[in-house]
Design a protein around this ligand. Sequence first.
Ligand SMILES: *Cc1c(COP(=O)(O)O)cnc(C)c1O
Length: 351
Amino acid sequence: MAYITINKEHFAHNLCVIQEHLKMINPQKNIQVGAVLKDNGYGHGLEIMSNLAQQNNITSVFVKNYEEAIKIAHKFDSVTFFYGIAHKKITNIYPTIHSFNDIFNMERIIGDLSGMGVELKVNIGMNRNGIELRDLEQYIEMILQKNMRLIGVFSHNGYGDEIDDEFQRECDLHDILKEKVRQLSRQLGFPLPRFHSLSSSCTLRAKYSDDDLVRIGIALYGYLTNEIEIESAKNLKPILKLYANKISTRVLNPAEKIGYGGKSIIHEKTAISTYDIGYGDGMYRVNGSKKVLLPNGKEILPRSSMDCFSCYDTANEICVIDDAAYIASLFDTIPYEVLTRLSPFIERRII
Ligand SMILES: *Cc1c(COP(=O)(O)O)cnc(C)c1O
């Protein structure tokens, strides 16, 4: 059976790279690393990744929705989910508020929301999610009026990967947001929430931050997609490898064909095997429009199938992915997509 390995030393190493950087950009403040474990831990497996985060003393994590949050809440001080609503009040699970509707919808299901912790997401220019800065006071008043706990106020800088100066503009807007919240906290008498804005690429390019927390996803898994050269990014190590096992081997003669449509044709008598990973497992379909190589240099012969691919090899086991960035570049996408596509049904092993 195909399986995925997750390298725990590489994970600890990547965390260290980020922590070192945070110490460098603000030695006075102990900025926490919040691990982003959304979308089944970026395809690595929520169970395994939450265990690794816990073992490495990460106390705040972020997931996509309430369903992911309840699975791992017992392992952390705080679990924030980005989208959708909570179905129950759980002390350390915090929904993200993007609109009044989130609050009304939760009231409809849960009833009294008093005591519930929430994080407020504010739009600083990406124009995707979150409330507008001008509505901040209204939202905070509503949260206080319903006796909810405002745990955090955060934004999302959407320009970590770009070269232009929009990154800095969004940092400045985030600072304005923080100042407004501080003012309101004094004025309305609520405890100051935690502040955060930076993802992996933003964090590693930032020269300074006085936020309480950064939200790190892709860098913990060992990748970064910045256009800008970032020295520390070169030290990140991918933590995932995908392996396939052999299904069968046969020896074919010249002119014999392999697979759907006989796309691959044998030129000399060769042993060829099939392995148990296909596009149904989340690996991209290899159709012959480009050459896709395995880490051992052998080609995945077109066309690959839903459950298997063929290759000129006879090993019992073969590594299919050890660098998601290579597959991403071939298929015109980013490592995030290569990783999150991996089927949750593939066995995960910690090494
Ligand atoms: C996914 C996500 C992150 C993490 O981004 P990376 O680039 O993987 O570090 C941070 N914040 C929000 C709101 C996200 O959706």
